[in-house]
Design a protein around this ligand. Structure first.
Ligand code: BGC
Length: 415
């Protein structure tokens, strides 16, 4: 029913004849300090090109709130020009007939040549570009405050065993080891890194991409749940409901030793004028060295009713892929450019490490996996089912064995 209504709305759009300066309304959830600085770059470039920017920010990390608002705007026949949607969600909007083809812009600007396939595949619907990628985020990171580790005389962990050992020592020294935000998408972000550490990249793909029954019901899965539960021993009482950037600021201020989060967290360290390797450390999530969980942000373009707004929208798509935008946006955002032909000399050591691992895993075909927690590996329905089980497990006394059975069942039902 919902799909039918949306489809009718999509077909109702017409494009008028005259072209002039237009308006782009952009729906996104980039509202933290680092995120706001990043999106401001695009606003300025669009305005410099003579178009009007209408900001449509919907707060809420991970984007669930933004997606809800987008659906209701689309149902009322009035979607924004562009929306921060990604992964399989792009395909769903494409199937519904809402998205505008960016083929002309893409051909003129050689998108196929400058984007790696792992990125361009996600941006295309039925072979046509319908979304413009702004970046590549790596999710399997750990952010640490070196002073906190040093003062407690604790080494930074590189394996899961070392992690729990370090966390025990930090706790004994009176420090909150892990800054966590207890929201389903953040629970899922940590959980998927633990699945990667425990089972490796092939297992991760079996579980989160293929939903393979054997992998889902395996002892490895139960082991991942068991390890995930350990996190609970090392977080503070304020964790439930906490926003991710508030958790990052605990690490920035030395109130906690580390956070597990994608590299949008780096945007917060950058906004606080901190330098990696000196004021903070970025390490692969313990046990996931050489592996890369990717999360690609993109702006999908919705069909417009006027030629001037379409023109403004196409201009924005072109700007998004420009080297200038890809550099400045990503310096602020903490991610790496989606283009792989960029001069990286302005980027810091975390970004260089990320780009290195990204290229290596993409070229070898080993260790590169799509983030489940950030909508790259499953539909939002399956993702929601995983979130529910993971969060319920984390906050109850459900056993790891039960969680394994429930997750397999929930995924089957949601598919
Ligand atoms: C997005 C990031 C964003 C983060 C926190 C992720 O899903 O990909 O761009 O910074 O959520 O809101």
């Amino acid at each position: 029913m919902f799909k039918k209504t949306l489809m009718a709305m999509a077909l109702g759009g017409t494009v008028a004849a005259t072209a002039q300066a237009g308006e782009v309304e952009v729906l996104h959830w980039w509202t933290s300090g680092g995120e706001a600085r990043s999106i401001a770059v695009l606003k300025e470039m669009v305005q410099d090109a003579g178009h009007t920017w209408k900001d449509f920010a919907v707060a809420g990390g991970g984007g669930e709130n933004a997606y809800t608002v987008l659906r209701s705007r689309a149902v009322s026949g009035n979607p924004p020009a562009a929306a921060q949607i990604k992964g399989l969600e792009i395909q769903e909007w494409g199937d519904l007939g809402f998205l505008a083809s960016l083929e002309d812009v893409a051909n003129e600007n050689n998108w196929d040549q400058v984007l790696p396939e792992v990125v361009s595949d996600v941006m295309k619907h039925d072979g046509d570009y319908v979304a413009a990628p702004v970046n590549v985020h790596r999710v399997n990171w750990m952010w640490a405050n070196p002073d906190v580790f040093e003062n407690a005389g604790v080494e930074m962990p590189t394996t899961l065993d070392e992690l729990w050992d370090a966390a025990d020592q930090l706790k004994a020294a009176g420090v909150t080891p892990i800054a966590h935000g207890g929201q389903p998408w953040q629970d899922a972000t940590t959980f998927e890194s633990i699945v990667l550490a425990v089972g490796g990249a092939d297992f991760f793909a079996d579980v989160f991409v293929d939903h393979d029954a054997e992998a889902l019901e395996s002892d490895t899965m139960t082991q991942a749940f068991r390890e995930f539960k350990k996190v609970k021993d090392y977080i503070d009482r304020g964790a439930p409901g906490r926003d991710w950037n508030v958790a990052t600021s605990m690490v920035i201020r030395g109130e906690a030793a580390m956070q597990f989060m994608g590299d949008w967290a780096k945007g917060e360290f950058t906004a606080a004028n901190m330098t990696p390797g000196e004021d903070y450390a970025c390490l692969p999530f313990p046990g996931t060295q050489g592996e890369f969980t990717f999360n690609i942000d993109s702006l999908a373009m919705f069909k417009q009713r006027t030629a001037s707004n379409s023109e403004a929208q196409m201009k924005m798509a072109e700007l998004v892929l420009s080297p200038e935008f890809q550099e400045t946006f990503n310096l602020n955002k903490g991610s790496i450019p989606a283009r792989t032909d960029m001069d990286m000399s302005a980027f810091d050591s975390c970004a260089l490490a990320s780009m290195d691992t990204f290229k290596q895993t993409a070229n070898s075909g080993e260790g590169l996996v799509p983030s489940m927690a950030h909508g790259m590996s499953t539909t939002s329905t399956v993702q929601g089912a995983i979130y529910d089980t993971v969060t319920e497990f984390f906050n109850s006394d459900m056993s790891a064995e039960d969680a394994t059975t429930r997750l397999a069942r929930a995924i089957r039902a949601a598919q």
